[in-house]
Design a protein. Structure first.
Length: 131
């Protein structure tokens, strides 16, 4: 069972936070998603913000993509370096990926971008190499 945490604890919620990440952060993209990241030393864990426009689909489709993105981020969050704010923008192709491959497809697209952005830190369950 996963630890209980506040619903907003790991999320960006104010437009000023999104704006800071968009303006000053670095971006990387693939066919399905765009990821913006900005260092924020005041936070222990990475925080995520999601942007899914109406170009992706109606409310039901947008909510499905957002749910899958939140689940995928929660799965990889323990492996990420802390102290970053991340905004993920879903492109219209993300809906097709979500419908074809579900959480696995969205998760692999997100993991690819996190690796490109250099946000993957040492894994909590990975063995450390002797020195």
């Amino acid at each position: 069972m996963s630890p209980v945490r506040s619903a907003r604890g790991g999320r960006l919620s104010r437009s000023a936070e999104f704006e800071r990440v968009y303006r000053h952060g670095r971006s990387t993209a693939n066919r399905h998603l765009v990821l913006y990241s900005f260092p924020n030393p005041s936070v222990q864990r990475p925080r995520i913000g999601l942007s899914v426009s109406r170009k992706v689909g109606g409310a039901v489709e947008r909510n499905k993509v957002k749910r899958l993105l939140r689940e995928a981020f929660a799965e990889v969050e323990p492996t990420l370096a802390g102290g970053h704010d991340v905004v993920v923008v879903a492109r219209p192709e993300a809906l097709g990926l979500a419908e074809r491959e579900g959480l696995g497809g969205i998760g692999s697209a997100l993991a690819e971008l996190l690796a490109k952005a250099g946000l993957e830190g040492p894994r909590a369950d990975a063995p450390t190499e002797p020195q």
